[in-house]
Design a protein around this ligand. Structure first.
Ligand SMILES: [Zn+2]
Ligand SMILES: [Zn+2]
Length: 400
């Protein structure tokens, strides 16, 4: 894979430009589905490269195709995905290129992903004569829990040409610089929502015997749910039940008629997810029945688990070895965060990697989604080289 080293050198030469793009996006963050400026900068550069560009896919998403010279009509297509959205957080880094938009911040590194996307497009456009197929570059809005991937899918992002594989990456500020995580199977969790309304019978705070106290019943449910993960789920299978919101009552001397619970559940498989919901429902129904209250549980599907294919991970690992050396490539226990790259991987199997962005000479930086989040920009060239190389290697292998 001589080409990987060549691409790495070209990516390294692009590093000042990658940093400039990243800092521009960082200074002008836009939250999900409002990435107008970002999408404009992206589309301008892609057009400048002479690519076929479509805007407005999933509201503010941008899609471009890099097509190899002289390819057959049925040549393969591979997709690369870059998310563009910021978070509703007020930045406190004090960086010279800190957010100029009050209450908004690139606190997850998607500014870096967008810059890597532009770098990857640049590298691929220069390699059109070595591309035995098409690369679909997907710049996605609204990754942070707002359904950007689904919005793009609804607008036909995977239609003509249809990619047979998808690849992408997330930079990670708590993993040493340019270490690369590649693994087959689950990498990140499925994240879904469960809402519960407990309805009892309200009344006077001095006369509990005439009521069914929704707060007492719902409290019992919250505690009993804790035993689902500890006593019902297979201990080798990761799962999380978080009751993040509990609202009930209006006054000290009034027994609440109703309690509203909002929960986030995490799992690495649809089977575990369904089991969690089934047990939550059974426990809530049973406790309500015991007390004469009524349970109404609603499930809302969020993002599925991010699962890499064996073939996709094998290819990405080979390229990563070539780029940073085998000792810098590894695996992790899956993270319980959700990531809507999973929606693409479920339809076009491939691999999502994590690339380290922590300068280990410095103390461990603030976590993702914090107001002082920052990361080492030296990962940008590695990210662009990784995705460019993976796309070319994929097309070469499918083609041959
Ligand atoms: Zn995030
Ligand atoms: Zn993110």
């Amino acid at each position: 894979m001589d080409i990987v080293k060549k691409i790495q050198a070209q990516a390294q030469a692009l590093q000042p430009q990658l940093v400039a793009w990243r800092r521009d996006f960082h200074a002008h963050p836009e939250v999900g589905f409002s990435e107008m400026r970002t999408a404009g900068v992206v589309a301008d550069h892609l057009l400048h490269l002479g690519l076929e560009v479509t805007t407005g896919i999933g509201k503010t998403g941008v899609v471009a195709i890099v097509e190899g010279d002289e390819i057959a009509a049925d040549a393969p297509t591979v997709m690369l995905r870059f998310d563009m959205d910021a978070l509703p957080i007020t930045e406190e880094t004090g960086l010279p290129f800190a957010s100029q938009a009050p209450g908004m911040m690139h606190a997850c590194g998607h500014d870096g992903h967008t810059a890597i996307g532009l770098g990857t497009a640049t590298l691929l456009a220069n390699l059109r004569n070595q591309l035995p197929g098409r690369v679909k570059l997907v710049f996605q809005p609204a990754e942070e829990g707002l359904g950007g991937a689904l919005a793009m899918l609804a607008d036909g992002v995977l239609d003509a040409p249809r990619p047979s594989a998808a690849f992408g990456l997330h930079l990670w500020s708590r993993l040493p610089l340019n270490q690369i995580i590649v693994q087959a199977g689950p990498l990140m969790a499925g994240a879904d929502k469960v809402d519960l309304t407990v309805t009892g019978r309200g009344g006077h705070g001095a006369m509990p015997h005439e009521t069914v106290d929704a707060i007492v019943v719902a409290s019992e449910i919250v505690m009993a749910w804790q035993t689902i993960v500890s006593r019902n789920v297979d201990p080798t299978e990761p799962a999380v039940i978080t009751v993040g919101s509990f609202h009930a009552g209006s006054a000290a001397n009034v027994i609440a008629e109703r309690a509203e619970l909002r929960c986030s559940i995490r799992s690495l498989s649809i089977q575990t997810r369904d089991f969690l919901v089934e047990r939550m429902r059974a426990v809530a129904d049973g406790i309500c029945a015991a007390h004469g209250a009524c349970a109404d549980l609603r499930f809302t599907a969020g993002v599925p688990p991010t699962i890499n294919s064996i073939a996709g991970a094998d290819l990405m690992r080979e390229v990563a070895h070539e780029l940073v050396g085998a000792s810098q490539v590894g695996e992790i226990t899956p993270m319980m965060v959700g990531e809507d790259m999973s929606e693409f991987l479920n339809r076009a199997p491939g691999c999502y990697a994590i690339v380290g962005a922590w300068d280990t000479e410095k103390p461990l930086s603030s976590p993702h989604h914090s107001p002082t989040f920052d990361w080492d920009e030296r990962m940008l060239a590695t990210g662009a080289a990784l995705l460019t190389s993976v796309a070319i290697e994929y097309l070469n292998r499918v083609h041959n």
